[in-house]
Design a protein around this ligand. Sequence first.
Ligand code: FBP
Length: 546
Amino acid sequence: MNKSALQIERSKYQPKIPASINGATKLVEGKATESVADQADIKKLFPNTYGMPIVTFENGAGNATAKEFNVGIILSGGQAPGGHNVVSGIFDGIKKINANNKLYGFLGGPSGLVDHKYIELTSDIIDEYRNTGGFDIIGSGRTKLEEVEQFDKGIEICNKLGIKAVIIIGGDDSNTNACVLAEYYLQKKTGIQVIGCPKTIDGDLKNEMIETSFGFDTATKVYSEVIGNIERDANSAKKYWHFIKLMGRSASHVTLEAALQTQPNVTLIGEEVEAKNQTLDDVVTYIAQAVANRAAKGLNFGTVLVPEGLIEFIPAIKKLIAELNDMLAANQAEFDTVAADEKINYVVSKLSKENAELFKSLPTTVSTQLALERDPHGNVQVSLIETEQLLAEMVAKKLAAWKKEGKFVGKFATQHHFFGYEGRCAAPSNFDADYCYSLGRVAALLIASGKTGYMSSVRNTTKPAAEWLAGGIPITAMMNMEKRNGKMKPVIQKALVKLDGGPFKYFASKRDEWAIETAYVYPGPIQYFGPAEVADQPTKTLILEH
Ligand code: FBP
């Protein structure tokens, strides 16, 4: 592999780990757990993995196995910085337990397990990928593991390769699959353990015990760097309003964190739009008013941050999507046979009157995307909806009308951007490099301790790494029942932005000032070397939450 000077230097970085797992380690069991909601349903669906205790690793001689075992890993879903460090952490962890242990990587995501596509990850391969971004070591994919036939194919290959445990590194949907797999393998008495690792740049796989998903730190730092650069450009040229959409399919954490780092003029938070029952027009009016207020001061430039999932949070559109999902799930076969240019009419004919009217009133770019195929987990592919452009156009229209009424006196020229892929494979920040490597090491310990149906957990992450707490959380404890593809399913509860939480409250206390003033902050690029104040800082979200 060709490497830049930074990559060569960076490959020597030794990730920091919790002191509690650096040396002899014992497992301490806590109290039994309950699922976050729908306890009776979850218990019934997961009779073997429900109610297990939270476990913590402490210094001391333990009773984990030192016997030889092999492990298989799967990278699942969207890329997130630090994935390769989870892999190297697992590799080092299992080798430390027994030097003969082997690590296999299933290729291209969960389908690698089912189709028996794999490679053995040797130290030569692992060393090439330490502290690098991307998931290219084995590739990722979005195949959903939910059919018994798939699980059984997994058993075949695990038995063939002597794999004692499968580690699924993924988001909420993939970890839900990990839990279903763990339950099935227990029920079948296969002896194969399944462990999950919390990944997603979206930051929405978190709870009291999982403080953050990996990748969020690096991705938001990359976006904030670029947003800061745009703000500086806007403040230099003073002629454009920049509409910037940021990834984060179902939650606005990425947008909120970027706002906390860069202090733009307008930031939309989907969860607030929903709580205030706002319409698309309310959102447009809010932005237009901010533009008009700055124009009145002679400031015809600004920045607007838009979360990718905004459209889904607008209550009326949310109801429409729910009906669309049910309707498409029930009529998928027929829908697939409808000609492309007739699909919209077909959808309209099947919807309730109210939703059909709303659907017809939406700009075609939005309605087309809503009616198109879902991803394998049933999600609308919001990254394909150009919300930033749509909003800029709608604001322009409103301002033109206000101009005629004398309510707007300035100029309004726009640029749009979408940041998502720019950050998902960035070289992990020190935080993500340390956090991911630790998650991998902890996953290896969970396997050696015989655990299954657990997610690797590293907590206390606003403190120096040596003080981080390491352990495992039963995945069933994070679950509730939700409607997916028209049916109620057990899934890990998504963490949305809490409007009464520290990060949002701080943002809300500042945003009026940021709207009218030019209070931009330019964070600059991620620093991999240098003083801890610049190189080792966690996200503002994490700091304000703790
Ligand atoms: P995960 O939830 O799998 O981590 O992926 C998150 C994400 O980056 C979203 O922010 C985005 O909507 C989506 O992936 C895009 O995925 P794809 O590139 O597969 O269309």
